[in-house]
Write a protein that binds this ligand. Structure first.
Ligand code: VAH
Length: 316
């Protein structure tokens, strides 16, 4: 990777991925693509090139790829699971039509492409415990349907045109820089903010609801390590199961309460979020990622909690 374009560079993952890539590859080699209304600010804006890149406009993508001689595209443009249910056609337009634009430009200009899939690509018929790498995927959310389609479309461009497409199925990602926008797992970020602000947390996900989660540093390392991996070792490509921890609300609450003794939580279950969460796996089997490109998480719930509380106390 020499010249990289991050599409969706001001989102929850994109904003931290862009800075991490700039650290590893040099500021001038990583272009932050954003859409109007979501302009980069601060270090993201000052540390390297930025361009308006609307994933639904193939000509714009191509112009930026040519201008900076891009050889790798991280395509993070997507609506998250809850928002996607209220705007299904827009979710498809961004998630699938947008990816098609990226893949066409990648085909014409020889770019590698990373497009995250999600545990949301599994459905109620999928085995929930230690969900296998290769298994049934019949999600009933627009988010899931679009993610399964991005996996299949990315594989299609690899097998038919030789485009170097790679992807991981991200679990819920917990971070302290850019808040997530409209996801089912957002509660696992919001709970830390409530704890640091000294507020009671009202949890929208019911007790006992297991979901796979990951700390942002591990998620960034997964995306970059996969794109740096030896392609001859990859049996799978779109998309790898990756896992680091799986917990229910009461577990993350207890982990935080150990460090914030007065912290309190109640439940007000959100029906839509709960129905989506119920359709997702309880835990994933990530053996293929470990074997094919050396995936290994660094954080668990305790070490993530310590770091999150420390970073949010400094920030807030
Ligand atoms: C969401 N944070 O909740 C995203 C993610 C697996 C969860 O895809 O929609």
């Amino acid at each position: 990777m020499k010249n990289i374009l991050v599409i969706g560079a001001t989102g929850q993952i994109g904003s931290e991925l862009t800075l991490e890539l700039r650290k590893r590859y040099g500021n001038t080699h990583v272009v932050a693509g954003y859409i109007q209304g979501a302009e980069p600010k601060g270090e993201l804006k000052e540390s390297g090139p930025t361009e308006i890149v609307d994933v639904t406009d193939q000509e714009v993508i191509e112009a930026v790829v040519k201008k900076y001689q891009i050889d790798t595209i991280y395509n993070l443009a997507a609506l998250l699971s809850v928002v996607a249910e209220s705007k299904p056609k827009l979710a498809w337009k961004i998630g699938v039509d947008g990816l098609w634009n990226v893949l066409e430009v990648a085909r014409m200009h020889g770019c590698a492409v990373f497009t995250p899939s999600s545990i949301g690509s599994f459905g109620t018929d999928t085995p929930h415990t230690q969900t296998p790498q290769d298994t049934i995927q019949r999600p009933r959310t627009m988010y899931g349907i679009s993610k399964v389609t991005t996996e299949l479309l990315s594989d299609y461009y690899y097998t038919k045109y030789g485009v170097d497409t790679r992807a991981v199925r991200f679990p819920g990602i917990i971070s302290n820089v850019t808040p997530p926008g409209g996801g089912t797992t957002d509660y696992a970020v919001d709970i830390y903010y409530s704890a640091v602000k000294g507020e009671k947390f009202v949890c929208p996900i019911g007790e006992g609801t297991l979901m796979d989660m990951m700390y942002m540093p591990d998620a960034l390392n997964a995306a970059i390590s996969l794109m740096e991996a030896d392609p001859t070792k990859l049996v799978h490509r779109n998309a790898f199961n990756i896992a680091s921890m799986s917990f229910a609300p009461e577990t993350i609450f207890a982990a935080i309460k150990k460090h914030v003794p007065g912290f309190e939580m109640t439940y007000e279950v959100d029906a839509l979020k709960q129905s989506i969460a119920n359709s997702w796996p309880d835990s994933l089997d990530d053996t293929c990622a470990r074997n094919e490109w050396g995936w290994k998480p660094m954080y668990d719930l305790e070490s993530m909690t310590i770091d999150m509380l420390q970073k949010l106390r400094a920030k807030l």
